[in-house]
Design a binder for this molecule. Structure first.
Ligand code: SF4
Length: 188
C-alpha cells in the first residue's frame, strides 16, 4: 500500500471536509458521471475514465483510507477498483503505516489498526511520553495506558533475554548445561 511521510495529510476521525477537494465532485465546470465509479468489470472505458480522474485527485490517499476504514468495498475509490482494493480490505487489521503512527504521536486523531496502536505505545515508551499523554493520544484511560506500558516493558525484557540466550547459546553439537566433548575443544 502507498504511504505518505506527511502526517498532516491523514484524515482525522469523522472528518469529511476532504471531500470538498475531491476531483470527482461534480460542478458546472466539472461535469462528472458518478456511474463511472461503479463499472461492471467489462466496462473498461468507465474504469479508465474513473482512474484518470483519481490520478489527478489531491485527496486520493485520503479517499482510499476512508474507504478502507469504513469497509466500503463498492466502486472505485482512491484510484483502485473493487478487485484491486480487496486485498487491502482483507489485510487492513495488519496494516502498519508509520506515517499514521507518527500522525498520532504528533497529536492527530487518526484511525489506527491494532498494529499501529501497538507501534504508538512502543514509540511512546521509547520517547518517554507520559502515561497521561499516551492515554490522550489513544483515547483510553490512564489505567489502560499504564497497563500498555507495563506490557511493552515486559515484551522488551523478554526479547532482550531471548537475544542474550541466543548470543550465549553453545556451539552446534552442545546443549546448555550438558556439555559434550567438543565444547572443551578436545578430540579425545
Ligand atoms: S480518489 Fe477518485 S474516487 Fe476518491 S475522491 Fe478522488 S476522484 Fe473521487
Amino acid at each position: 500500500m502507498t504511504t505518505t511521510t506527511d502526517p498532516a495529510r491523514h484524515r482525522s476521525l469523522g472528518d469529511h471536509t476532504w471531500q470538498d477537494q475531491a476531483a470527482c465532485n461534480p460542478a458546472e465546470y466539472n461535469p462528472v458521471d458518478p456511474g463511472i465509479f461503479f463499472p461492471r468489470p467489462e466496462e473498461t472505458d468507465k474504469i479508465a475514465a474513473a482512474k484518470a480522474l483519481c490520478a489527478q485527485c489531491p485527496v486520493r490517499r485520503t479517499c482510499l483510507d476512508a474507504a478502507l476504514e469504513a469497509g466500503d468495498t463498492h466502486g472505485i475509490r482512491g484510484g483502485l477498483t473493487e478487485e484491486e482494493r480487496d486485498p487491502l480490505h482483507s489485510d487492513l487489521a495488519n496494516r502498519l503505516d508509520y506515517s499514521r503512527v507518527n500522525a498520532v504521536l504528533a497529536g492527530r486523531d487518526v484511525h489506527l489498526t491494532k498494529a499501529e496502536r501497538r507501534a504508538v505505545v512502543l514509540a511512546g515508551h521509547r520517547q518517554g511520553i507520559t502515561v497521561g499523554r499516551l492515554a490522550w493520544l489513544l483515547k483510553i484511560t490512564e489505567e489502560h495506558a499504564l497497563k500498555l506500558y507495563r506490557e511493552t516493558r515486559r515484551v522488551i525484557r523478554h526479547r532482550e533475554i531471548a537475544e542474550q540466550a541466543t548470543r550465549t547459546a553453545p556451539p552446534t553439537g552442545g546443549t546448555a548445561g550438558h556439555p559434550v566433548r567438543n565444547d572443551f575443544g578436545t578430540a579425545a
